[in-house]
Write a new protein. Structure first.
Length: 137
């Protein structure tokens, strides 16, 4: 397992982390889904802004972990193009991220709208990140 760390493309991981984090910022912006998401989770704009720096650091670190893990997995299976990366990201996004997130959201009583916003973000983030990593290979 340690040999994977030696094969990671650290420049790609950093660049793609920033791109993935920016994608999240766009997804949860007023241009796209923040208003609908806030209504679904019953949070005000002020509540969302409270502790914003800490929340953003956590989101950035989680994006870094995702990108690093995907880069390692893609190294293991030999993914090396935009299309194969996107397909791999879709597979991981649906097969792991969505499959793990949806049951919890159902048990929490979250609406279909909430699940579409939250799961849609995670699946598309995996596709985007893996596609870009595929180009770097």
């Amino acid at each position: 397992m340690l040999h994977i760390v030696h094969h990671l493309n650290y420049v790609a991981v950093i660049v793609v982390t920033i791109i993935g984090f920016a994608f999240g910022g766009l997804w949860y912006s007023k241009l796209l889904f923040v208003n609908a998401w806030r209504a679904e989770v019953k949070l005000t704009e002020e509540q969302c802004k409270a502790g914003c720096a800490k929340k953003m650091i956590i989101a950035l670190l989680c994006t870094f972990v995702l990108v690093t893990a995907l880069d390692g997995l893609m190294t293991l299976v030999g993914i090396g193009s935009l299309l194969s990366g996107a397909k791999f990201g879709l597979y991981v996004g649906l097969g792991i991220a969505a499959a793990m997130q949806i049951p919890g959201a159902v048990y929490e009583g979250r609406t279909c709208k909430y699940r579409a916003i939250a799961v849609g973000h995670n699946v598309l983030l995996c596709v985007l990140v893996a596609a870009i990593l595929g180009v770097y290979r």
